[in-house]
Design a protein around this ligand. Structure first.
Ligand code: MG
Length: 266
């Protein structure tokens, strides 16, 4: 980790750097450029630590990473494979108990991803066998099947009484402690690395990225093939967020290069 970096790229993965087939190839050139410029690329995702370790190995990333929607942060000590860990959230077991209580109150069974069969998870995610094992290695958040919109609205209303919040993703929703979200995690990482002046360039595509985009110095929304997520539209309309000019890795790449080429504006 280049600890004196003036800028961090903090990025969501699913739907942002990756398309629905988990492809990031249009961003490879930009990732190489960032590495040459010693600009850290910090994944900030709903994925598990196991999934992100695999992703980092495959793509040559070495900087810290934020997992389970901001509930935990990991990084490697210099010149070592041993990791440090910061925890913001509640444990998986505590959260699963809360999910069951909420299910009872809204009279609708909210089904945790980890309770599905391997086949059902494959249908939902398209992940391989090993990918499924990594995705189920949850410690600090509970992903569950998206309920119908009217149930989701009811669930959101009672979350506060359990000190949790819920984010709706493209494939599933996530329950996590209200002590943790992506913005709080980036702030904690800044403090931990004693780099309070670093500028955050953040990229995201969904509701769970809203706290990250609101925290960032340069927030960039990556649209899907049908345009930006409805929860991020307001920030685009009022000029708080930039909107990438293409979906997924291509839009990611164009936006990051645009920012880097205009560093004098930061
Ligand atoms: Mg996403």
């Amino acid at each position: 980790m280049k600890n004196n970096s003036k800028y961090w790229i903090v990025t969501d993965l699913d739907g942002t750097l990756m398309d629905e087939n988990y492809d990031i190839s249009p961003a490879k050139k930009t990732l190489n450029m960032l590495s040459e410029l010693s600009i850290p690329v910090i994944p900030c995702t709903s994925k598990t630590a196991s999934e992100v370790r695999h992703f980092r190995n495959e793509n040559g990333l070495t900087d810290p990473f934020i997992v389970e929607n901001g509930a935990a942060i990991y990084g490697c000590y210099d010149k070592s494979y041993s990791e440090w860990e910061l925890i913001l959230g509640k444990s998986y077991t505590q959260l699963k108990t809360i999910l069951f209580s909420i299910s009872k109150r809204v009279n609708y069974h909210l089904t945790p991803l980890n309770d599905l069969s391997k086949n059902q998870i494959y249908e939902l995610t398209g992940l391989s066998d090993k990918g499924i094992i990594r995705a189920l290695d949850r410690c600090w958040s509970v992903p569950f099947l998206n309920p119908p919109d009217d149930i989701f609205e009811k669930v959101k209303l009672i979350c506060d009484s359990y000190n949790v919040h819920i984010f709706k993703g493209n494939r599933m929703s996530h329950l996590l402690s209200s002590e943790s979200h992506k913005g709080k995690a980036v702030n904690k990482l800044k403090v931990y690395l004693k780099n309070n002046d670093v500028k955050i360039i953040a990229l995201g595509d969904s509701q769970n990225d809203l706290p990250l985009l609101e925290y960032a110095d340069i927030p960039i929304v990556i649209p899907g093939k049908n345009g930006p997520n409805k929860y991020l539209q307001n920030g685009i309309d009022n000029g708080s967020f930039r909107l990438a000019n293409a979906p997924h890795a291509e839009g990611w790449s164009n936006s990051v290069e645009d920012v880097i080429n205009n560093f004098k504006d930061l």
